[in-house]
Design a protein around this ligand. Structure first.
Ligand SMILES: NC(=O)c1ccc[n+]([C@@H]2O[C@H](COP(=O)([O-])OP(=O)(O)OC[C@H]3O[C@@H](n4cnc5c(N)ncnc54)[C@H](OP(=O)(O)O)[C@@H]3O)[C@@H](O)[C@H]2O)c1
Length: 286
């Protein structure tokens, strides 16, 4: 195993590794790539009970094998999964879509525990609100069911994904448990999701950024980013991940390459200057 490790953050008293390995779109390679990520030093894994894009049971196989080989105890791993509405699933639904939303959450969660071969989940996310705008009655029922799972000690932290600033603000008006995480696609052209990040910061929510590289393909090739990478002696991808970390985000990577896994975890031993951060914040603005 590599000597790389991931620094940890304290999120509401829970130890959370500062970089997440994402397992979407890996299909039959999910188990092997999750095992590789763990061997390279990732300690936080993101998945979803949404067979259309994720293979949660294969993540569970890899985690179980890694723990059983004596590499780390389960308690050192951070496993995050999601509840996904039927409208974003295919025919391989992990619950009965005819039952009320709160019961769908309970059924989906129980299946996640089976898939992940665990008795508790470290973070449980609503994959996205039911509609593009607003927090619907269905969303409230789902969120309250998720709060119930946390109250029972089955999940440590809650979160929400694919959320707009208006939706997050609405959720915050009436939730009993403030989400610990927001997980969003992070575009440079929106100031790296500036408004959502600002509300997260004001509300004690940790922002998880995904598609930091793939949502910003043009910006990745910009002269400003190339200059910063060259001055730091790092790759543009490492600069973007380092930027995310310095902005207080937990980045996600779904790389399939051992070299990229090592490079991604090598983002904790250098510092971007205030000037570099300002230049990166400006990327994608016209
Ligand atoms: N909540 C949601 O709705 C949602 C949606 C999408 C994703 N996610 C989560 O976010 C995770 C990551 O997805 P993503 O869209 O951020 O990215 P991704 O799927 O990991 O895509 C990254 C791409 O960048 C390439 N790459 C090149 N250099 C790299 C480097 N140094 N490090 C990493 N990648 C490099 C990778 O190629 P190589 O494989 O060759 O490295 C890969 O093609 C997913 O697996 C999933 O867990 C969540």
């Amino acid at each position: 195993m590599s000597s790389h490790g991931t620094p940890r953050l304290n999120v509401r008293g829970i130890d959370v590794p500062a970089f997440l390995y994402g397992t979407a779109w890996k299909e039959e390679r999910t188990s092997q790539l999750t095992g590789m990520a763990l061997s390279e030093g990732f300690r936080a894994i993101d998945t979803a009970n949404q067979r259309k894009h994720y293979f949660e049971a294969a993540v569970g196989e890899a985690v179980d094998a890694f723990v059983k080989m004596g590499n780390v105890p389960r308690s050192e791993l951070f496993i995050q999964t999601k509840f996904t509405y039927a409208s974003s699933q295919d025919h391989r639904l992990p619950y009965d879509s005819a039952v009320p939303p709160a019961l769908q959450v309970v059924q989906s969660f129980e299946r996640s525990l089976e898939h992940l071969q665990t008795t508790h989940i470290d973070a449980y996310l609503l994959h996205g609100p039911a509609r593009g705008r607003g927090i619907s009655r269905e969303d409230w029922e789902v969120w309250q069911a998720m709060e119930g799972l946390q109250r029972k000690g089955k999940v440590a932290l809650l979160g929400i994904s694919n959320v707009s600033v208006e939706q997050l603000a609405e959720l915050l008006t009436d939730c009993s448990v403030v989400p610990a995480f927001v997980q969003n696609r992070c575009y440079a052209r929106t100031g790296w999701d500036r408004d959502v990040r600002a509300l997260c910061q004001a509300s004690g929510i940790v922002y998880q950024g995904f598609s930091l590289l793939t949502a910003n393909r043009q910006e990745m090739k910009s002269p400003a980013l190339m200059r910063i990478a060259s001055e730091c002696g790092r790759t543009p991808a490492q600069v973007v991940f380092r930027f995310a970390i310095q902005m207080g985000m937990i980045p996600l990577t779904g790389t399939t390459s051992a070299l990229h896994m090592r490079e991604d975890l090598d983002c904790f031993d250098f510092e971007l200057s205030t000037r570099d951060i300002e230049s990166i914040l400006q990327l994608g603005r016209g």
